[in-house]
Design a protein around this ligand. Sequence first.
Ligand code: ATR
Length: 283
Amino acid sequence: MKKIMILGDPVEHSLSPIMHNTAFNYLNLEKEFQYGKMRVSLDGLAAFVELIRMGNIYGASVTIPHKIAIKDYVDKMTKEAKLIGAVNTIYVEDDGQKKIVGHNTDGIGCLSALKEQGVKIQGKKVAIIGAGGAARAIAFTFALNDPKQISIINRTEEKAKFLAEEIRSKTKALVVGSSIKRSHEVIKNSDIIINTTSVGMKGHESGKSLIDPELLNSTQVVMDIIYIPEKTKLLSDAEEKGCKIINGVGMLVHQGAEAFKIWTGKNAPIEIMKQTVLNTLRL
Ligand code: ATR
């Protein structure tokens, strides 16, 4: 039995265990793989990685607050994880010698969620709200997919400018950073707007949105990476303005599906995973 764990603090409410275990069952892999959760504080990271090294744990998903700290404990990082500067998936590479590898599927998960809805990044002006860990993964991944422009828009302007500068220095994309207050024109002129902050999430300023609805129009795609609630204030404002709206369920499922493929070597049953997440959210 290969055990996979979600590593975070807290992890109690994570949807990843039910999503992955249902997928294992669906592909008759339940005797081979089992997905559990482990609440681990910063002090416990070294011991957790040791469990992987000893073969007690086969792989892991990494979530808040360990996505950056875990970099110091893995043996190797994939080029995606290096570029993004954070890890959300761990697997073991064994070519005679075991190596613990840190990978990141958050950006590709977001890109696939958009693609699934018929939305491409190529040639588009994208506004990313926030400049934290999720924004980094999304912005770096988008930067490699030929956008016309990426605008990082954040409450704290220096963080937006700093991230934009870092992405410009590592990719060929046109990336700018600015504060939310000074970005009204940019938002108005963006083709795709993505909220990566926790504003609007249940328990975190639920019912609030960082974007003035007057800046939205029906030609735009508005995505929120939040999935609780399924329709945030931002998404309901955007829907009212006639925008195409996409919530965070797709990104959750697709980042998981990428990891599933790495651990099992099989394509993930994406629709089953999505239905499981939706059913659990609606319980
Ligand atoms: P994550 O890893 O989930 O992206 P994070 O790294 O803590 O989380 O980043 C949180 C992001 O949400 C930041 O961009 C933060 O803005 P600041 O850099 O100004 O702190 C943004 N954020 C959180 N609460 C916010 C609020 N009430 N208003 C505006 N932005 C907020």
